[in-house]
Design a protein around this ligand. Structure first.
Ligand SMILES: Cc1cc2nc3c(=O)[nH]c(=O)nc-3n(C[C@H](O)[C@H](O)[C@H](O)COP(=O)(O)OP(=O)(O)OC[C@H]3O[C@@H](n4cnc5c(N)ncnc54)[C@H](O)[C@@H]3O)c2cc1C
Length: 457
């Protein structure tokens, strides 16, 4: 058997690719094993008939300096696209029309989204005591600090947009730690946000912004940039039935590849696979450990790319609109892709990304294309003033394991993962089962792991 690889990374999604790219100059032998035939994981850009559309994630946020740093490192391979201020225009569906989400005090006072009672109540938010229960769910936290109408028409649609989730399942300490610690450290969301704005930032912190990003030509170009910069020879695709076993000083990995059973050894193994893959990959974990990790629930999501070459109805400008659960409609939200990204639709046309399903509407995942088309026709006619529904582009993608829901059990999951990593030195269990669910979180996690591995080997 050949010499063990220094590091084997499981999965070539954004996390695995970023990690491999970060390790490329470390002088260590790195191998990336991927079960599909191409890199990218859920990132899925297509080009067709004048449209560039995404069937996975659409945009990210430059939330950490690691994101800006990665774009800088990849500048010879791909270019990020940061849309102009118009993306700050976001809409919420209420009483059969889109209402603009307020972005300042004046708009906040006038908006019909929130009740007058809650508008007055919010004045007292900085003076309310912080919560004491670290496992408090988001709905309770928002009711306690801000009121029911803020929960229904601001926080619920936000959670639909990010998690396809339900605020009564999401625990802020794990899912929205920045928000949780605003309350814990500063005593209030409003007061904390204001104080943080005036805190001194170093050069690295200044790079972390709230800017929305995409990549010129689509997110696939980020994937290809990472793939090329890492070096194609470091990847093995179509790896099936992968199992990892700890041995005395290293790990043994067994899998099928091109009709052969392959065995390799590694000093370090980093998994970036979803929680639902963990039992098969690590058969040596005990039942309790497996349960603590694989009980993580994922929202099922259907994404539709809907394009029109000649758009004749009024077009709401801005980033997109979200549909609160309380409104009882059949879509979660729509991104107005061609409104804020160039070249996404032919001139005079429009492209929408529409999400359906989520944790409270899982039945959408089971619907046929024909049924989904009927739903889109009904919703788009009403929401966007269409007389007829004849899109020139209509594509669906169904995700059984789209977005992990960081609920009450998350603390136990994180603890179990740490215990496993302490017990089996050299094993890292990463991916979106911890460390955040957005693309920026994935880039940050991979960058942090790379830094640690470089110091260890
Ligand atoms: C529909 C959808 C919309 C989203 N929208 C947004 C958005 O707008 N903004 C945002 O920031 N984030 C969004 N996200 C989240 C974001 O896309 C993900 O957090 C990120 O892309 C996940 O990257 P990853 O590498 O951690 O996981 P993945 O992309 O899931 O990659 C994991 C890889 O591991 C491989 N793998 C799994 N098991 C094995 C195995 N046994 N052997 C070998 N390989 C294996 C998989 O095939 C896959 O390639 C969205 C996600 C989905 C699904």
């Amino acid at each position: 058997m050949n010499k063990p690889h220094d590091i084997v990374i499981l999965g070539a999604g954004l996390t695995g690719l970023t990690l491999a790219h970060k390790l490329k100059d470390s002088g260590k032998s790195v191998l990336l094993l991927e079960k599909e035939e191409k890199p990218g994981g859920v990132i899925d850009t297509h080009r067709e008939d004048g449209f560039i559309y995404e069937l996975g994630p659409n945009t990210g946020v430059v939330k950490y300096d690691e994101v800006a740093e990665l774009f800088d490192e990849l500048k010879e391979y791909c270019k990020p696209y940061i849309p102009d201020e118009s993306v700050k225009k976001r809409y919420i569906w209420k009483n059969d029309r889109w209402e603009k989400l307020p972005s300042g005090l004046k708009e906040g006072i006038k908006t019909p989204l929130f009740s007058w009672k809650d508008k007055f109540r919010i004045l007292g938010e900085p003076f309310r005591k912080p919560g004491k229960n670290p496992k408090e769910t988001l709905d309770n936290m928002v009711r306690r600090r801000m009121g029911e109408s803020f929960l229904n028409y601001a926080v619920d649609p936000f959670i639909l947009g990010v998690y396809a989730g339900d605020p009564s399942m999401i625990v802020p300490k794990y899912a929205l730690p920045k928000l949780y610690y605003l309350e814990q450290d500063y005593g209030s969301f409003i007061g904390g946000a204001i104080k943080k704005k005036f805190e001194k930032k170093d050069e690295m912190e200044k790079k972390a912004t709230k800017d929305v990003f995409s990549i010129q030509g689509g997110l696939k170009n980020l994937i290809m940039a990472l793939y090329k910069s890492t070096g194609k020879s470091k990847f093995l695709f179509n790896v099936k039935g992968l199992q990892v076993k700890p041995e005395a000083n290293h790990f043994q990995l067994e899998f099928h590849h091109q009709d052969k059973n392959v065995k390799i050894q590694a000093n370090r193994v980093v998994s970036t696979a979803g929680a639902y893959e963990i039992p098969a990959i690590f058969p040596f974990l005990n039942d309790e450990e497996i349960n603590d990790i694989s009980n993580l629930q994922y929202a099922k999501v259907v994404q539709a790319a809907v394009g029109f070459k000649n758009w004749e109805a009024p077009y709401p400008e801005g980033f997109g609109g979200l549909v609160p659960h309380i409104e009882n409609r059949d879509i979660l939200g729509a991104l107005f892709m061609s409104s804020f990204l160039p070249e996404r639709a032919p001139d005079g046309g429009q492209l929408f990304s529409i999400f359906m399903g989520g944790i409270r509407r899982e039945e959408m995942y089971e619907k046929s294309d024909q049924e989904l088309t009927g739903i889109l026709e009904k919703e788009m006619k009403q929401m966007f003033g269409l007389n007829q529904f004849h899109p020139d582009l209509l594509k669906f993608n169904r995700y059984q394991y789209a977005i992990p829901q960081y609920g009450k059990e998350s603390g136990k999951r994180f603890e179990t993962i740490t215990n496993i990593e302490n017990q089996y030195k050299g094993l890292v269990i990463a991916g979106n089962l911890k460390g955040g669910i957005g693309m920026a979180d994935r880039i940050k996690q991979a960058s942090d792991i790379a830094k640690t591995l470089k110091t260890q080997l």
